[in-house]
Design a binder for this molecule. Sequence first.
Ligand code: PLP
Length: 376
Amino acid sequence: MNAVRDYVASFAGETGYLNWAAFGPLSPAVRASLGDASDALASFSTADHGRAHLRSAAAVASLAHLLGSRSDEVVLRPSSTDALQHALYGLTGTVIAAAADFPSITLPLQRAADQSDGRLSPRWIDPIGGWVTPDAVSDALTESVTAVAVSHVDYRTGYRADLGALRELIGGNRMLIVDAVQSFGVVDEDWSVADVVVGHGYKWLRAGRGTGFARFSDTARERIGPVLSGITGVAADGPFRGDVPPPADGARAYTTSVPDHLASARLAAALEELQRVGVAAVEARVRSNVEVLIDVAARHGIRIETPVDPRRRAGIVSLVPHDAEALGRVLADAGLVVTVRGGAVRLAAHAGTSAETLELFERALAAYGRSSFTAS
Ligand SMILES: Cc1ncc(COP(=O)(O)O)c(C=O)c1O
C-alpha cells in the first residue's frame, strides 16, 4: 500500500495535467537518476563508464521482467519508431495495418514496401471508429498475410486492441507486431502473445526521450531480417576486417550502436519505480480516473469515441464535441493541459492524476453548460 502511496505522491504538481498520452513530465526518481549517471560519464575512469553501462543492462533486465521475456530478446533503441523500422524493414509478405494508426507504423511500413521490389506490401484497413477489432482484421486476412502491425492502444481514440483475440485469429504462423507506446506501464498485459513489442519511456513511464525499446521473440528473429543492424548487431566483438560478420543471434541483431547510457539510466529508474508499485496497481488507478473523465463528459452530453468497456481502453479518453477547438479553449482557460487535434479533444489520465484535476475538468464543463458542446 505504501508503494502505491509513494508512487502517487511522486506526481506532486500535476494539477491540471491530462496530457500523459503526449508527454510524461519526468518523475522525481528519474530526475534523481541523472546525477549519478552524468557523474559516471563525466569521469575519466573507465570503471565509472562501466557503471553507466550497467544502467543499460538494468533497464534491459527490468524490461524483460515486465515483458515476460528473456533479456536477450530485449533491445534499447532511441525511439519506438526506430524499433518499428527494424521490425518492418525486415519483413516480407502482406502486412495488415490500420491506415489511421500512428505514423510510426504506417510510414515505415509504406517506405519499406516501396523499397522491397514487391516482396512486402501493406494491406491498409480502415475500421469503423478506427478500432482495430478482430473482425476488422479478419476481413483483411488472406493466405499472403505474414503479419499484423497494430497499436495496442490507439493514440487517437484510446481503443485498446484485444491482443489475445488477434493472436488467436491470425494463428501461430503470422506475426503480431505491437506498438505499446500508449499502454506499456499502465496496462497489465500478457505481452508474450506478440512477436514484437515496442515502446518508449517518455509518456507513461515519465523517463524522458531517447528511451525506446523493443522485444523481438525468437520467431521474430527467425522471420525478420536485421536489415538495419549496425556494429552492435553483428556476431563479432567490436570492429572487424574483411568479411562482414553475420548478424548476432537474438534481438541484438536489431541494434545499430551502443545505447545512450544517460537515457538508459532514466529508463532504468522509471522501470524500477514501476516495479515497486506494480503495473496492476497503476492500471487500477488509471482506470478509475478515466472512468471519472468519461462519466463527467457523458453527463455534459459530449460524444466520446473511446470504448465504454474498460478492457478496451487504457488512459486515453477522446472527446468529439461539436467544436473541439472551443472545448480546448475552455479547458485551457481552466488550467487543464490536453491535446486538441483533428476535431477531437484527447484527455489522458495517469495513476497520479489527482481528484483536484478531475474536479477542474468537471467545473470547466459545468461552467459552460451542456449545449456548448453538442450539435444544436
Ligand atoms: C502510438 C504511438 N506510437 C509511437 C509514437 C512515437 O514514438 P517515438 O517518439 O518513440 O518514435 C507515439 C507518439 O505519440 C504514439 O502515440
